[in-house]
Design a protein around this ligand. Sequence first.
Ligand SMILES: Cc1cc2nc3c(=O)[nH]c(=O)nc-3n(C[C@H](O)[C@H](O)[C@H](O)COP(=O)(O)OP(=O)(O)OC[C@H]3O[C@@H](n4cnc5c(N)ncnc54)[C@H](O)[C@@H]3O)c2cc1C
Length: 437
Amino acid sequence: MAECEVIIVGAGPAGISCGYVLAKAGVDVVILERGRFAGSKNMFGGIFFADQMNKLIPDFYIDAPVERFVAKKHYSLLINDSEVSLNIDSEEHKKPPYNHSYIVRRSVFDKWFAEKAKEQGATIICGTAVTDFVWDGNKVVGVKAGTSDDPENVLTGDVVVCGEGANSMLSEKAGLRNRLSMRARCISVKEVIQLGKDVIDERFGLTAREGAAYEYFADATPGMLGDGFIYTNMDSLSVGVGVVISEMYGAGNSACPNELLDRFKSHPCIRPLVKGGKTLEYSAHMIPMDGYKNLPRFYTDGLMLVGDAAGFVNNSICHEGVNMAMASGIMAAETILENRGRRRYDAGALRQYERRLNNSFVLENMKSSRDFIDILRTHKELLNDYPHLIKDVITTYFEVSDVPKSSLKRDVIRMVRGRISFVKAARTFAAILKGGI
Ligand SMILES: Cc1cc2nc3c(=O)[nH]c(=O)nc-3n(C[C@H](O)[C@H](O)[C@H](O)COP(=O)(O)OP(=O)(O)OC[C@H]3O[C@@H](n4cnc5c(N)ncnc54)[C@H](O)[C@@H]3O)c2cc1C
């Protein structure tokens, strides 16, 4: 049986951030990771929101393996065979610190970050899946790997931080959350498609290390709560779709995630962007959709949950996940450092962790968009009818013919009146403003 001061489960951004801060302060910290190396099991869409990383490692992007910075954002409604989109191309975002938004590939980026934590003195043991906690009464005092009770597979510590990601069995075992529900998880599939840098620059209108983040809604995942995305790496594209699992298997839908991705890639507005590429990677991962109102308990005696394991993802339009994971990891580390002198890590002492979260952007942002998913679930017109109406209004109004504009305007007004109730629409948008974004 081995011993250390702090045990961290999972070398994702949450676990590594926590380990980095603790090791820097001289704590004997061990991070256990089931993958062959940090990042080997990890995938995401692609935008690394870097404000937390800049606090740990200022100007990290000079040294880190970032693909590109996000110079352009593109929000798009796919409707049948058409597209209506909004482009954001800001010169401000093309200068350091690049709006704190970079495109990275997790398999290389997490590995780099883990090395930085090791340089601070953290021990990272890969290829080790934690299967359970070790308890002393109601207090977590360590972790077990493997299925046997062999003491060789036990590591004890003063406190454990669980950063095992979206599918956190350990947090269920600790009684901090209920069984995961299909409503509370989104499944995403993603391909990394190789294309030359010049081809990507030309297709997306980029130069040098400029990158683009394209988000697609409406018929990207037809009739289902989800979205599609394309992010430009240096010489490849990350292309994917994500759908709430209960939507995929409910209400007569029976599409597989891979079929949805194939459908997305063959849309007439997406096909030219990915044309001629070679698939380098194919992966799938879950995203927590717990939302602010269904978050688990974040701590118990001897244990704190960080990152996706605690449900810290803001599922509004911005997809904040990594920054929240890192922030929670840092706050867990600060809580440990605060209590280190007394070696007191019972639930009373760890309450400080929740206090920190409550005073931070993590729970503030989740609270601000607390109703986002519920609004989309109950107002399906936002996913179907409204996008179709927007496209019909725009194409009708901008049609060039000998029909006078005054007549087109009347057609547009008739179309809008016939297809939406203004009272209902006003209520929906008021709800979105109040708790949706
Ligand atoms: C398709 C997709 C797109 C996304 N896009 C974005 C985006 O653009 N921007 C953004 O900010 N966020 C995005 N996210 C969310 C973001 O990826 C997560 O919020 C973030 O990775 C959470 O970090 P984490 O450290 O909590 O968990 P993870 O990154 O999942 O890391 C958990 C680690 O724990 C390890 N592990 C798990 N169980 C065990 C165990 N029992 N024992 C040992 N090790 C274990 C895993 O192997 C993994 O390395 C996206 C997610 C997905 C799936």
